[in-house]
Design a protein around this ligand. Structure first.
Ligand code: TRP
Length: 340
C-alpha cells in the first residue's frame, strides 16, 4: 500500500511565512479522556495510554527530562544529528518538506532544518496543541523562508497527512523525522505498522530519519528512567493529576509511586505507577479497586541493536541507508529509504 501521488511541483519559491498556519486538527485531537482512562483502568493488568502524558504540565515536565544529566538520549541524539548534518542534507536533497512525528518543543528540528538545503515546509505533528504552536511560532520566526504547517493530533492514528490543500513550493521530497526513540515506545509490531503508514504519508520517494535508543547496561537505562531529581516520577504521576482534573478522578498522589523496570526478555524499560495501599479510586463515576503493589503500566521504551532495528525497519518497508551512533554507542540515528 504505497502512495503514488507527490506534492505539486511549482517553480516559484514558497512565500515567506512570518507566522505558522493555524494547526489542522487530525484524528486523535479530541480525545474523550474519561473513556480512555476507564478502558485502561478496567483492563487486566491495568494500563493507561502514554499519549495522556502530554497535557501542558506533562509536556513541560518532559522537556525537563530531556535536560537531565541521567537522561542521555536527548543530548546524544543531538550530537549525532550535529555530526551527521552534511550526510543528512546530501541524502535529503533540496526543497524538502520536513514532517516531524511528535514534534514537542521542536528543539532537534532546528539541527535538521539548519542542515537541509532550502527546506520548503515544516509539518510538526503533535498531540499537545499549545506546546506545538509556541514552538512553531518561534521556529517560523527564525526561518523566514519556511512554511510551517502544524498538525494537531495523534500521529499513531493518522494514515494520511492533511496537506491536500497543498503548500506551494514543495518541489522536494518529504523527509520524515521521528527522533527521541519514540519508536521504542511502540511494541515492535506497532512500530512496523507505523513504519508502513509513514511510507504512505511520506510518498513513494519519501525518506525517514529515526532516532533509536540502543541496548546497554541496565543500570544506566534504569537511571535514565528513574532520575535522582524525581522529574520522571513527577512526569509519570502527572497522569493521575490529569485524570483527577479531566476524568473526575480522586487519585491520591501520595498513595502511588513511580517505578522503572528493565525487562531483559522483552528488551524494554517499563514505566509503572504502583499502588502503595489497598484502595478504591473513583474515576468518572466508577470505583476502581487497587491492591497494594498492583501497578498501572504507563509506558514501554524498547531498546534495539543497530542490526535489530534495521530488521524491524525492513519489515516496515524500509531499508537502512545509514546508521550513525555516538562514540559510546549509546544511541543511534537511522536514515531510512523505502524498499521498493
Ligand atoms: N521516547 C522517550 C523514551 O522512551 C519517552 C520518555 C522518556 C518517557 N522518559 C520517559 C516516557 C518517562 C515515559 C516516562 O526515552
Amino acid at each position: 500500500m504505497r502512495q503514488t501521488t507527490t506534492a505539486p511541483r511549482v517553480d516559484t519559491p514558497p512565500p515567506a511565512a512570518a507566522a505558522p498556519d493555524r494547526p489542522t486538527a487530525a484524528d486523535g485531537a479530541g480525545d474523550d479522556i474519561a473513556a480512555i482512562a476507564l478502558a485502561g483502568l478496567t483492563a487486566t493488568p491495568k494500563c493507561l495510554p502514554p499519549r495522556l502524558f502530554y497535557d501542558a504540565a506533562g509536556s513541560r515536565l518532559f522537556d525537563r527530562i530531556t535536560g537531565l544529566a541521567a537522561y542521555y538520549p536527548t543530548r546524544t541524539e543531538s550530537r549525532i544529528l550535529h555530526m551527521q548534518a552534511a550526510e543528512i542534507a546530501t541524502r535529503a536533497g533540496r526543497g524538502t518538506t520536513l514532517v516531524e512525528f511528535g514534534s514537542g518543543a521542536s528543539v532537534k528540528t532546528r539541527l535538521v532544518l539548519d542542515a537541509l538545503r532550502d527546506p520548503a515546509v515544516y509539518v510538526p505533528i503533535d498531540i499537545s496543541a499549545d506546546h506545538m504552536m509556541t514552538a512553531s511560532t518561534a521556529l517560523a520566526r527564525d526561518h523566514p523562508g519556511l512554511t510551517v504547517r502544524p498538525v494537531h493530533g495523534d500521529f499513531m492514528q493518522m494514515t494520511t497527512l492533511p496537506l491536500d490543500d497543498a503548500p506551494a513550493g514543495t518541489a522536494g521530497r518529504r523527509l520524515g523525522f521521528f527522533p527521541g526513540s519514540t519508536i521504542g515506545n511502540l511494541l515492535p509490531d506497532e512500530a512496523v505498522a507505523f513504519l508502513r503508514r509513514a511510507a504512505c504519508m511520506l510518498g513513494h520517494d519519501g525518506h525517514l530519519l529515526v532516532g533509536v535508543d540502543l541496548e546497554k547496561d541496565p543500570a544506566r537505562l534504569i537511571a535514565a528512567y528513574d532520575d535522582p531529581e524525581g522529574v520522571t516520577a513527577a512526569f509519570n504521576l502527572n497522569l493521575l493529576t490529569r485524570l483527577n482534573r479531566e476524568a473526575a478522578a480522586d487519585f491520591r498522589l501520595d498513595r502511588f509511586a513511580h517505578r522503572a523496570i528493565w525487562r531483559a526478555d522483552a528488551g524494554r524499560i517499563e514505566m509503572h505507577l504502583e499502588s502503595l495501599a489497598d484502595q478504591i479510586v473513583q474515576v468518572a463515576g466508577r470505583g476502581i479497586r487497587f491492591r497494594k503493589g498492583e501497578t498501572i503500566h504507563t509506558e514501554n521504551s524498547h531498546k534495539y541493536t543497530p542490526a535489530g532495528f534495521a530488521r524491524l525497519a525492513r519489515r516496515g518497508g524500509w531499508r537502512t541507508d545509514a546508521c550513525w551512533t555516538d562514540p559510546e554507542r549509546l544511541f543511534s540515528l537511522h536514515y531510512l529509504i523505502q524498499n521498493h
